[in-house]
Design a protein around this ligand. Sequence first.
Ligand SMILES: [Zn+2]
Ligand SMILES: [Zn+2]
Ligand SMILES: [Zn+2]
Length: 356
Amino acid sequence: MDPLSRILGYGEAENFDKRVEVPPPPFAPTTVANEDNQESTKCNQIVRLPLSGIIEMSEDDVRQALLHHVERFLCYGKKAVKEMVITKMDYYSSYRYTLETLTETRSVGWAFDSYAGIDLDSRKCGPPPDPWEIHVRTPDSFETRITTSQVPVPHTEYIQMCHFCNETGRITCNLCRGRCKVDCSWCNGFSTTGDHTCVHCTGGKVKCGQCKATGVQRCDPCLGTGKIVCYVALFVTWAKNFDSCLIEHSDIPKDMVKKASGTLILNETDENMQTIEYFQDSNINRDGIELMDKHIARYINKGKPVFHRQKVARIPIVRVYYSWKTFLGHFWVYGTERFVFAPNYPQKSCCGCTIN
Ligand SMILES: [Zn+2]
Ligand SMILES: [Zn+2]
Ligand SMILES: [Zn+2]
């Protein structure tokens, strides 16, 4: 019977090339004891952070932004920007909510090492642990570069005949391929150099130095012992998963706001996923929970979560009302870049030249 299929819980790994994925334990919110010593769900705990970093724009700021915008178009005049009377500024916000999770997946497969005659950690030492019970050092943060790790599963070692050399400890010499002779390097196997017979070889051949003309060499996988130690290896992989949504409160086309940057008002990393339910704007709370549900369905059931990071960036938007001559209009300035959306700018020319 092939011992590779005998180990309980690892039986499906039948050969050295095959890896079997081990599904993670079912995802469950972490529970912690609160001050009253009653269990509460940590996922439902509220994390409160101040809504800091809100920078509103002044009248000068929006006029300057509009001027930069107008300067990009040959057929837009600047006079309207300079002369317009700003009558009202309404402040809005859009929010970009991002959720990242570092997930861990595990698979098992057979591996081997050469046998050095040391004591084995075999099944006699105890039953092999469940693949998810084995401690593996996880990355410290999202920024850690390590993405894979391989560790032996305890109590799975056993000795097997080396399949590379059929237990002989020797394999055919890979230089002379068992012929015991190789081409002479002085004459490149031609037996002559110019008009002279090569004095270093016989018929262009010399004895193989690698196998000392025996035609065989030591089998490296078993170090010549003819035996290997097989064991189950646990392969751990970490992956970063990302979801994002834009929470809108303005009448600017969504595609435009998508390109704008905002000010970070929440940036949290935690082992547990916690909903953000405390924003005054209920749309953030609602859309945040929706995205979290989607994120869990998409990633968390396939890999065990290690870290979560959630960010909320506030994208400032201001709608500016103005009058210029008899024209009443409005435009928007948005994002920390102060992009401008002014579809009804009054001083446009159709001829393509600049009007001043
Ligand atoms: Zn061998
Ligand atoms: Zn050889
Ligand atoms: Zn020669």
